[in-house]
Design a protein around this ligand. Structure first.
Ligand code: HEC
Ligand code: HEC
Length: 477
């Protein structure tokens, strides 16, 4: 089967090359796939097995696009300062000091949850902590995200702390595994303490930046058809779409752990995560906070935008033009056995192996088209749909009680698994799931409940050898 797939890729490649009349649009690409690798995103696939695997441009990035890519890359990684000059605008309260501070190497910066029990007293946590009242309303003095960092002279809004409850479970064959259920609290509120009884708090570790351009080029109809068709009552699986309505336009939600965003959230990232104002979010995130009018803040002017739309478009372009790492070790017998087991356990009913991008590719903030991303066969291992993941396991399951658009507390977007096997190499840790509670692949799978329950149980009932093979397959993605 793998052989015929490769032939199909080869055929697609030659079609693309023949159909390419405009050389400035499509550079001639090396079509040969090295032994043991498999394409994951057509012309954007890169054959890298290193810490740079998420943070390298696709081969088609050249000329003026390369200049803009490199600018976007710099803007993404440059440490923002609190000053008012170019590259400044950080804070006064913030969660990260650059996009790359949380998405190191375009990946998932190691969270401080496990090493420091939450935000930690020193250093920086790399997480986003969403806070609401139990009735869903935002806290007037805090906003949507808890900003646990602040520039000099300003108090952070509060600090996250986590405690874990540990429980050991057994596989039918006698092997054991442990799950850790997190319990979150917020301490050191800068102003009025919020009573724990009135607080919902959802913790997110960053998402890997693998295949973002491909995700933005998906054909919404293909995803909607999956939602309409992906009813597998025998396995209790039925995904649904999230939709976002903004300024009178309704679009399909694709990005974020609850598919709560229709785009790559560049403007929101600058504003909400870093306090860097821009044309879409011109207000400081702490607007209205008492400390804004206090002495220490008086020297700073807040009446101009900290980052331009052109800069943000280059950041958008940078993320969308990143290469997607190829699958590795595909001829390893253990990996091949694991791939079969992935299908046997029905993982593929949510982690959809193959999707397609629409004919013309994606469109950036200022309407620049990235046509290279169009008409590609891609392997994201996600249906980009919401699934009820249950609330039962250890009395909580994956439910965070946090509503995002149409997504309820127990609903999560299927995480795309492309690149998941490289996370350890890129970011030096194997924490998985939206809040990093899983310390390895086995724990990530064993937290699947709700619609994932039947699939999880097939994995659970496999022999140790078959479970190990499935993990070897995940490591090849
Ligand atoms: C404080 C840490 C932090 C900072 C700073 C940050 N992010 Fe993120 N990012 C996250 C987290 C956490 C998520 C997951 C959010 C969720 O699901 O609610 C995320 C999600 C994303 C996603 C969605 C990816 C996907 O696969 O769906 C994109 C795109 C993104 N961030 C881009 C950016 C950009 C661009 C910047 C800088 C302007 C930025 N981020 C700054 C933590 C951060
Ligand atoms: C019902 C749909 C569904 C099925 C079936 C399913 N998953 Fe998932 N998977 C999800 C969702 C949704 C998430 C995100 C959950 C979260 O972050 O809280 C996820 C997350 C994961 C993650 C963590 C990824 C990361 O980077 O954090 C792994 C690994 C994973 N699944 C593997 C599997 C495997 C292996 C199987 C089959 C045994 C499987 N899944 C079956 C929906 C599913």
């Amino acid at each position: 089967m793998k052989h015929s797939l490769l032939c199909l890729y080869a055929a697609l490649f030659s079609l693309t090359l023949c159909g390419c009349s405009d050389d400035t649009e499509m550079d001639i690409l090396d079509v040969s796939v090295p032994d043991g690798y498999a394409l994951s995103a057509g012309t954007s696939t890169i054959f890298l097995n290193s810490s740079k695997a998420f943070d390298t441009p696709a081969d088609w990035v050249s000329g003026a696009f390369a200049t803009r890519f490199n600018r976007g890359d710099r803007l993404y990684d440059d440490v923002r300062t609190g000053s008012n000059s170019y590259g400044g605008g950080l804070g006064p309260v913030y969660a990260g000091y650059s996009c790359g501070s949380c998405h190191r190497n375009a990946g998932r910066t190691k969270p401080t949850l496990w090493s420091e029990g939450g935000s930690g007293s020193t250093g920086f946590s790399s997480m986003l902590v969403y806070i609401t009242r139990k009735n869903g309303a935002f806290f007037q003095d805090y906003g949507r995200v808890l900003h646990d960092q602040a520039i000099y002279g300003v108090q952070p809004e509060g600090k996250l702390s986590v405690t874990y409850t540990y429980e050991t479970f057994s596989f039918p064959d006698g092997d054991t595994y442990e799950l850790c259920a997190p319990s979150y609290a917020i301490t050191e509120w800068y102003a009025d303490s919020i009573k724990p009884e009135d607080l919902f708090c959802s913790v997110r570790i960053p998402l890997r930046h693998v295949g973002l351009g491909q995700m933005m080029s998906l054909d919404p109809h293909e995803i909607e058809q999956l939602a309409a068709r992906s009813n597998y009552p025998e396995y209790g699986i039925s995904g649904r779409c999230n939709y976002i309505s903004e300024r009178g336009v309704t679009s399909l939600g694709l990005s974020g752990n609850k598919a709560q965003h229709a785009d790559l959230t560049v403007e929101l990232g600058f504003s909400s995560d870093m306090g860097v104002t821009n044309s879409r979010y011109p207000e400081e995130i702490c607007e209205g906070q008492l400390q804004m009018s206090q002495g220490s803040m008086m020297g700073l002017a807040y009446d101009r935008l900290d980052v331009s739309t052109g800069d943000m478009e280059d950041v958008d372009l940078y993320m969308q033009s990143l290469g997607v790492p190829a699958r590795r070790n595909i001829d390893d017998p253990k990996v091949m056995q694991g791939e079969e087991n992935f299908y046997r356990a029905k993982c593929h009913l949510c982690h959809t192996p193959t999707l397609h991008t629409r004919p013309r590719g994606s469109v950036l903030l200022n309407n620049t088209q990235l046509s290279w991303l169009g008409s590609q066969t891609i392997h994201p291992y996600s249906d980009f749909l919401l699934h009820d993941m249950g609330s039962e396991i250890m009395g909580v399951g994956l439910n965070d009680n946090y509503v995002s658009g149409l997504a309820r507390g127990n609903e999560w977007r299927t995480t795309p698994l492309w690149g998941v096997g490289l996370q350890e190499k890129v970011n030096g840790h194997t924490y998985f799931l939206h809040d990093g509670r899983a310390r390895n692949f086995v724990e990530a799978i064993m937290w699947h409940g709700g619609e994932g329950e039947a699939s999880k149980n097939i994995f659970k009932n496999m022999s140790r050898d078959d479970r190990d093979a499935l993990i070897a397959f995940l490591n090849s993605l």
